[in-house]
Design a protein around this ligand. Structure first.
Ligand code: ATP
Ligand code: ZN
Length: 300
């Protein structure tokens, strides 16, 4: 594949837990793609952005090799790559541009339910199976623990019942897989979410400019998910108290209300979730005709 220096290329997971949300985020940024998921590569139709659909584990190396400009991957995968890579030559493959609001999980240590556990020292002398040996090693070192790491390429959760390890360090979100394998979580090694990474190699001025625009749109798209537009009527003398009750609102706009000199209309963008409880306290403070509307796009 020959890279077009005037188009941004973004590596995203082809098929897995991050795929749909990665593509949905880029679509919310206004990019239309012509693609089918069985392709490796797809073109942005309306903007100079192309996608590379790959295995998530390959993304840090693709960034390092400058095969793509950007990548969306779990922090867990990125950190593992950075740590094991740093062990080899100390250079970094990427910079983290944005934390995204999906792919939440944690790397956790779990042991068989029947095994007694008082504190982390109980891991001393144990064998811990993981596909994240570098992150797990750092955790053990930071906590002064001496456990053996059994590096596996998959199916970590069955290692204790196979007798190849005493404990595991694996990715957990709900904990259902652990319970199904009669394991219990005893420590969190690291929290993770999806991140947008940038290759350390310099990009063309045109791409740099386009990346800045894309980042503004990503910030807007992340912000917009929670944001609501609130409109209400308020007695003039309660405007200050009512403004304070609107969650995450910037300075509200105050508009005259025709035929009601003692009242105003108050409009505000809320950057936090608006709950029923918020509306109830607004009403108690004197607000009426309260409307909460979704925000479709936002450029900050
Ligand atoms: P690939 O075929 O691309 O290598 P995979 O099987 O390694 O896929 P997935 O299971 O799709 O990867 O997970 C991708 C990422 O999703 C993980 O690296 C992690 O950042 C995130 N994630 C969120 N929740 C979970 C979970 N419960 N289990 C595993 N990964 C999760
Ligand atoms: Zn993977």
């Amino acid at each position: 594949m020959v890279r077009d220096p005037n188009r941004l290329s973004i590596a995203v997971q082809k098929s897995g837990r991050l795929s749909d949300e990665s593509i949905a985020l880029l679509k919310r940024c206004g990019i239309r793609f012509a693609f089918s998921k069985d392709q490796l590569f797809c073109y942005g139709e309306n903007l100079p952005i192309d996608l590379l659909l790959v295995r998530d584990d390959d993304i840090p190396q693709l960034l390092r090799d400058n095969v793509c400009d950007l990548g969306i991957v779990g922090q867990n995968v990125a950190q593992e790559y950075a740590l094991s890579n740093a062990l080899r030559n100390g250079s970094s493959a990427y910079t983290e541009l944005r934390r995204l609001d999906f792919g939440y999980c944690r790397l956790a240590i779990a042991i068989p339910e029947a095994l007694p556990f008082a504190d982390l020292d109980d891991l001393n002398g144990r064998r811990i199976a993981t596909t994240y040996p570098a992150i797990t090693r750092r955790f053990l070192d930071e906590n002064g623990l001496s456990a053996e790491i059994v590096s596996l390429s998959g199916s970590v959760e069955i290692a204790p019942s196979l007798g190849t390890a005493d404990a595991i360090a694996d990715i957990v979100s709900s904990g259902a897989t652990l319970r199904a394998n009669k394991l219990r979580e005893v420590a969190t090694v690291v929290q993770s979410s999806a991140v947008m990474l940038q290759s350390a190699k310099p990009m063309s001025a045109a791409n740099r400019e386009f990346l800045d625009r894309l980042l503004l749109r990503i910030d807007g798209a992340l912000q917009v998910k929670e944001s609501k537009y609130v409109m209400l009527h308020a007695p003039r003398n309660a405007v200050e108290a009512i403004s304070r009750l609107i969650p995450g609102a910037e300075t509200p706009s105050i508009l005259p209300l025709a035929g009601h000199p003692d009242k105003v209309a108050l409009h505000a963008v809320c950057t936090e979730t608006v709950l029923w409880e918020h509306l109830e306290s607004l009403k108690e403070a004197g607000a009426s005709s309260i409307l909460v509307l979704p925000v479709e796009k936002m450029l900050l």
